[in-house]
Design a protein around this ligand. Structure first.
Ligand SMILES: Cc1cc2nc3c(=O)[nH]c(=O)nc-3n(C[C@H](O)[C@H](O)[C@H](O)COP(=O)(O)O)c2cc1C
Length: 204
């Protein structure tokens, strides 16, 4: 089994890092031959879309094949990491009601028209990647789900829409909420409770 493990928090002791590590442990437990490809966006962010890449997506007819190849090198590498994985495990904080910009910069590189998605004649997007499970651990300082939500959630609906665009529809979310109000022990208990809901993939 090949797992792509992505983290997005800049903090070494982060709750979303602990969550993604626990998801990884749960999935790997008792399996041999698990390989993990690491993409630590919190420590080593990918760059924002630059002039070349933005031109590929916005006005590709103005570029030569060689220029397109050069401008999409990073995008190709990141997409291949997804293609070669059997499943993805992602840990991310909530920042200002949504995902952190390091995660968004990665998304900007992997949602690419003509490569990971296409459009129908009536303008709908169709994903070109094979579906696979994506496990997403989210740490938020406050509460954004359920009756006690204190803030809007532009995170889970956004991630569902973004991943669906490229064909990844089997998402499971693990929201570890109110991190700033809870003790270390409470957070550990909540993390374990969330992990106990994890549905193991039957396809892999
Ligand atoms: C720039 C920034 C924005 C944040 N915005 C929110 C927010 O909108 N909602 C929320 O519940 N917590 C917010 N927080 C708190 C973090 O989600 C919380 O501390 C979380 O545990 C961070 O993840 P980590 O522990 O993996 O680093 C924000 C934190 C930062 C640094």
């Amino acid at each position: 089994m090949n797992i792509l493990h992505i983290d997005c928090s800049p903090r070494p002791e982060s709750e979303s890092r602990k969550l993604s590590a626990a998801i990884l442990d749960r999935i790997s437990a008792g399996r041999s031959g698990v390989t993990v490809v690491r993409r630590d966006l919190g420590r080593d962010p990918v760059p924002h879309a630059d002039e070349g890449y933005a031109t590929v997506l916005s006005a590709p007819g103005t570029l030569s094949a060689e220029q397109i190849k050069e401008a999409t090198q990073l995008s190709e590498q990141l997409i291949r990491e997804i293609e070669e994985a059997d499943l993805l495990v992602i840990g991310t904080p909530m920042n200002n009601f949504t995902l952190p910009s390091v995660f968004k910069a990665w998304i900007d590189q992997v949602l690419r028209m003509g490569r990971t998605m296409d459009t129908t004649p009536d303008g709908r997007k169709v994903g070109l990647l094979q579906d696979k499970p994506v496990y997403i651990g989210i740490a938020s300082g406050g509460v954004f789900t359920g009756e006690n939500a204190q803030q809007p959630d532009f995170m889970i609906p956004y991630l569902r829409a973004a991943f669906a665009c490229i064909g990844l529809e089997t998402l499971q979310f693990f929201p570890l909420q109110a991190t700033v109000f809870r003790s270390r022990q409470e957070l550990e208990e909540e993390r374990n409770a969330l992990i106990s809901t994890l549905r193991l993939p039957d396809s892999v």
